[in-house]
Design a protein around this ligand. Structure first.
Ligand code: NAD
Ligand code: UDP
Length: 320
């Protein structure tokens, strides 16, 4: 009998790629999403499969899934700064109440649960690169606090279920991940820059562009998550690509990649925007024998090809 996995946030960027991966591995997959930042188009190719079920449901409300579950992956949550600034209360609720519901479901079904945490638990980090034992530097009451603190609570309640109820839990701290199916207008830097290049607009660099990020291609991220779920390691693990770049240099790379004639314009740096971010992935290497294998050049080419294939209507649609 096939193993059965529940994936929340299934219609989102990472959730939809995880659905594809688990289907490919022969699992029965149940997706849940309330479509607040996701899009059914990301999973419409799965609807014809018998192996796939989908519920349109808000996981902050009681979650009921008939039948057995072997694994749960909790990925529902707004993930882009402009999304979680626009829907701050829902962001807090899905990380806290939503996680509580899914831990309860995991306990009920005797399922192993993996929760999607984030490099944002390190806030604007004072330790570089970030190791899992760094406690972080988060502004609780700042605008980004709604996301960061929800994710920190999520980690705490997950460890409490592990320690108190003996639940099998896994925590992945995801560092900036990109690839096909990101929303063009979700405000994150990669869709933002590519969208601007495709529309013939100048590229908006926030601040002076000296802040850094380290971008991981989605296939590498999914591989790391899969290995972590199958491991027996319950403490948090960083999954990301340590290849660090300043946002200013990255804008120049996009200009080259897209061949646009546009230039860079500078805008205010958002409040509490972390100045540096790079994962220390020693743990992932040691425990999961995992490291990212896709170069930024290769991953960005695939991502650009995806965005180039979108319609004019999609290119100019803006919710923000
Ligand atoms: P996304 O916005 O594309 O996907 C999130 C999905 O969750 C969406 O489909 C949305 O509709 C759904 N959702 C939100 N609230 C919900 C609710 N209450 N009930 C049901 N569904 C709900 O974002 P993503 O980039 O795919 O991120 C997925 C997860 O990974 C998030 O938990 C995010 O915090 C985490 N993460 C992502 C990154 C990254 O770089 N992509 C980095 C760190 C952490
Ligand atoms: N950024 C930028 N221009 C944009 C969008 C983002 O310069 O149009 C910057 C943003 O200020 C941050 C970095 O790019 O320093 C990454 O932003 P993103 O929203 O992708 O992710 P996060 O801040 O969560 O890492």
């Amino acid at each position: 009998m096939s193993k059965r996995v529940l994936i929340t946030g299934a219609a989102g960027f990472l959730g939809s790629h995880l659905c594809d991966r688990f289907i490919k591995e022969g699992f029965d997959v149940v997706g849940i999403d309330n479509l607040i930042t996701g899009d059914l188009a990301n999973i419409e190719h799965l609807f014809k499969l018998e192996q796939f079920d989908f519920y349109n449901h808000d996981v902050t409300k009681f979650v009921h899934v008939p039948g057995k579950l072997d694994y749960i992956l909790h990925f529902a949550s707004p993930a882009s700064p402009i999304d979680y600034l626009k829907i701050p209360i829902q962001t807090l609720k899905v990380g806290s109440l939503g996680t509580h519901n899914l831990l309860g479901l995991a306990k009920e079904k005797n399922a192993r649960i993996l929760i999607a945490s984030t490099s944002e638990v390190y806030g604007d980090p004072l330790v570089h690169p970030q190791t899992e034992d760094y406690y972080g530097n988060v502004n609780t009451i700042g605008p980004r606090g709604v996301y960061d603190e929800a994710k920190r609570f999520q980690e705490s309640i997950t460890m409490a279920y592990h320690r108190f109820h003996g639940l099998q839990t896994r925590i992945v701290r995801i560092f900036n991940t990109y690839g096909p199916r990101m929303r063009l207008n979700d405000g994150r830097v990669i869709p933002a820059f590519i969208g601007q290049a495709l529309r013939g607009e100048d590229l908006t660099v926030f601040g002076d562009g000296s802040q850094t990020r380290s971008f991981c291609y989605v296939d590498d991220q999914v591989e790391g998550i899969y290995r972590l779920l199958m491991s027996d390691y319950a403490l948090p693990v960083n999954i990301g690509n340590p290849d660090e770049i300043t946002i200013g240099d990255f804008a120049e790379e996009i200009i080259k990649l897209t061949g646009t004639n546009q230039k860079v314009v500078y805008k205010d740096l958002p409040v509490d925007d972390p100045m540096q971010r790079k994962p220390d992935i020693s743990k992932a290497k040691e425990i999961l024998n995992w490291e990212a294998t896709t170069s930024r050049q290769e991953g960005m080419k695939k991502t650009y090809d995806y965005f180039k294939g979108l319609s004019q209507e999609q290119l100019y649609k803006s919710e923000h």
